[in-house]
Write a protein that binds this ligand. Structure first.
Ligand code: MN
Length: 286
């Protein structure tokens, strides 16, 4: 199942791809909520209702649908750093013994097609293709063996990173460089686990103006999805709609010689097997 959020005149709404049709959930079945987070909170009941939709009502004109991030308003945007061994090596970092965890504020979330806005205060904004996990069920201290039961689905993510603010500010924290507005594009769809299969077997690529800059597979993840969920849930309750950016493979701009940083007019595409392509233009924030 492929779910998506879109911007309607009255606010964000949720739709499902039914064969060739896009169907608005709440229009097709008023017992289904408008928002993705509220749908995920319904759990199995919500999933069953969506699976039963016929497509006879609530059909949308795809040309008129302006997608939002699959979860436009996550409570938490959790990110994992240095989760591909070869990316750790190109960054000059050691392979971590435990996951490196940081976060972005929800104000960083951006929609498919929405411009990434380069802040005037940074000259080193870099790209990072990432598999994003969407949490579907509340949980704390989740055992690794049950962790994938807490996954609502997967989507493509772009962990836009201002290297000068990430690495060269006092205290060694990464937050500021990672959380400028528009630095967390996600989409295009939330694809449910039954369609994705093994999340540890997905090709992941990033193209900058059509040129492939990252090309790897989630087979290379140091900490797998179930390990990450178990690890993070020791600390905080994971809630429906929370998202986890799982780290980027090698090929980032800062590790190149000479370095490559984003500039106005660029187009960045993150493509992951079975999930589709997340495409965002780059503009100056002004
Ligand atoms: Mn990252």
């Amino acid at each position: 199942m492929r779910l998506l959020s879109y911007q309607a005149a009255d606010g964000p709404r949720t739709a499902v791809q039914l064969r060739d049709d896009l169907v608005d959930l709440n229009q097709a079945d008023p017992r289904l909520p408008r928002g993705m987070r509220q749908l995920l909170e319904m759990g199995a009941d919500g999933r069953q209702r969506v699976a039963q939709l016929s497509g006879n009502s609530g059909r949308l004109d795809p040309a008129g649908v302006r997608r939002l991030a699959p979860v436009p308003d996550p409570q938490k945007v959790i990110c994992i750093g240095l989760n591909y061994a070869d990316h750790a090596a190109e960054s000059g970092a050691e392979i971590p013994a435990e996951p490196v965890v940081f976060c972005k504020f929800p104000t960083a979330v951006a929609a498919p097609g929405e411009p990434i806005r380069l802040p005037a205060v940074s000259g080193k904004v870099d790209y990072e293709a990432e598999l994003v996990v969407v949490i579907g069920r509340e949980g704390r201290n989740i055992p690794r063996e049950q962790a994938l039961e807490y996954v609502a689905g997967y989507t493509c993510g772009h962990d836009v990173s201002a290297r000068d603010w990430q690495l060269h500010k006092p205290g060694g924290q990464w937050l500021l460089g990672k959380t400028f507005d528009s630095f967390a594009p996600m989409g295009p769809d939330l694809v449910t686990p039954d369609e994705v299969g093994d999340p540890g077997q997905l090709g992941i690529r990033l193209r900058l103006n059509g040129q492939t800059m990252q090309n790897s597979s989630t087979r290379q993840l140091i900490f797998s999805i179930d390990q990450l969920i178990a690890y993070i849930s020791q600390v905080c309750t994971l809630c429906p709609g929370d998202v986890i950016f799982t780290g980027t493979p090698p090929g980032v701009g800062a590790a190149r010689k000479p370095p490559v940083y984003l500039k106005p007019g660029d187009l960045v595409e993150v493509e992951i097997d079975k999930l589709g392509t997340l495409s965002n233009p780059v503009v100056a924030a002004g």
